[in-house]
Design a protein around this ligand. Structure first.
Ligand code: AMP
Ligand code: GLY
Length: 417
């Protein structure tokens, strides 16, 4: 038996902790910093994901931990895997050089362009005046993206010049996403259906997980503001075998190869955010990690031992592990606090009556005395698995009726479209 440490505090991390707990090889799961729901399944440690020194110190004093799982974007892009690995701690996730595929949109776009990987046409600007000149003549809608990480808020879809100007001013002049994050990629707006594809890879072998679909907008029917994700289902019924084959050939394998060729071998979970346009897959974004909330829909379908898989990625022998997924449909619905993704209240008591047929992953929760209260915009993700979408939806929305907190809202249409 061995112990593991998971870094993070969201619904995604709760799903990872839950899956690791199923392994017969794992003794104790620790999570830094975790949340009130994770604390029921793991020992939460009060260390933030950017406190590299404290994490290393904690690992030194817990020699039984043989694997650290790094899931959030910020520490990955800042090199947590390099930092811990250099100090002798086995860590799952890409090194800083490879995580740049998420850390810089320009790097990702150039990699795609140079390797013929289908993506939206784009221009890069680090000069505000030139960017303004460009958007005067450009066709709309267009998409303005901050080059670096932006708490999931750096992508702005603009339907006219005024919106684009506002987006540019905010990123380039007001430095909304940081002084070192003032460059932009401006790209063509793609119309189609979005699909998320996650892959385990050790840089040599690629093992794809079932496809998924995220729901970014706050309201039913894809209305309202963009959020971190209001729900997901997996697999995506729209991602046919034919599309999968095209995506492997045109996108997945070329990306892994391109990263190897520029000495940025990717080990971890590589996230392909795809747009299917006229039957053809295009990359809208890469992430260097498990997606949130896709993971809350995907991992409940995993029949194999997650610990074995993560270990084999670190040891670069993923080809020796058989990864099996159960048939069926998973639907995960996020319960959020009124106001999210804008300002919202916290500290509302969460009541959960009997919900036997679902998994409840905590995202923004905190233990206060005997109660669990809300502490974030996205509070819980409720996941059900059944033989088809209709049955999974029935289970999930049935269970949600037994959950409540002040200001709770959620989308009613996850799994409908
Ligand atoms: P991201 O933060 O990169 O996940 O982008 C947020 C969302 O913006 C994506 O999930 C898409 O819905 C949308 N998006 C990003 N790039 C494009 C594009 N080129 N065309 C259309 N929609 C896009
Ligand atoms: N679901 C989108 C993300 O994880 O960034």
């Amino acid at each position: 038996m061995t112990d593991v440490l998971v870094l993070g505090s969201g619904g995604r991390e709760h799903a990872v902790v839950h899956a690791l707990n199923k392994s017969s090889k794992v003794g104790r799961v620790y999570c830094a910093p975790g949340n009130a729901g994770i604390a029921k399944e793991a020992e939460c440690v009060n260390i933030g994901v950017m406190q590299f020194e404290d994490i290393a110190q904690f690992l030194l004093s817990h020699p039984n931990i043989t694997l650290t799982v790094a899931t959030p974007d910020n520490p990955l892009v800042d090199g947590i895997v390099d930092y811990l690995t250099e100090r002798g701690h086995r860590t799952f996730g890409p090194q800083k050089a490879a995580a740049l595929i998420e850390g810089s949109k320009l790097f990702a776009k150039r990699l795609m362009k140079e390797n013929g990987i289908p993506t939206a046409d784009y221009e890069f600007f680090d000069d505000y005046t030139l960017a303004l000149e460009y958007i005067k003549k450009a066709a709309y809608p267009l998409v303005v993206k901050a080059d670096g990480l932006a708490f999931g808020k750096g992508v702005i879809i603009c339907s006219d010049y005024l919106q684009a100007q506002k987006a540019l001013t905010s990123i380039m002049c007001d430095a909304t996403f940081g002084k070192s994050n003032r460059s932009v990629v401006i790209e063509q707006f793609l119309v189609g259906r979005e699909v998320t594809l996650l892959a385990f890879t050790d840089g040599k072998t690629v093992s794809l997980m079932p496809s998924a679909q995220d729901h970014k907008r706050a309201g039913d029917g894809d209305t309202g503001l963009n959020t971190g994700g209001m729900g997901a289902f997996s697999p995506s019924p729209y991602f046919t075998k034919e599309l999968l084959e095209k995506t492997k050939e045109k996108i997945v394998y070329p990306t892994i190869k391109a990263l190897n060729n520029c000495n940025r071998t990717f080990k971890g979970v590589l996230y392909f955010g795809l747009m299917i346009c006229n039957g053809k897959p295009y990359v809208i974004e890469y992430n260097a990690r498990f997606g949130d909330p896709e993971t809350q829909a995907i991992l409940p379908l995993l029949n194999s031992d997650l610990y074995d898989i993560l270990n084999s990625v670190v040891d670069e022998n993923l080809s020796e592990v058989k990864i099996e997924w159960r048939a069926g449909q998973a639907v995960s619905v996020v319960l959020a606090s009124e106001g999210y993704p804008g300002a919202y209240a916290t500290g509302s008591k969460i009541e959960i009556i009997d919900t036997p047929q679902v998994e409840i992953y905590h995202a923004g929760t905190k233990q206060v005395g005997d109660s669990i209260v809300t502490s974030g915009g996205r509070v819980l993700a409720v996941t059900a698995v059944d033989i088809n979408m209709e049955k999974a939806r029935e289970k999930v929305y049935g269970a949600i009726k037994n959950i409540s907190f002040d200001g709770m809202f959620y989308r009613n249409d996850i799994g409908i479209k």
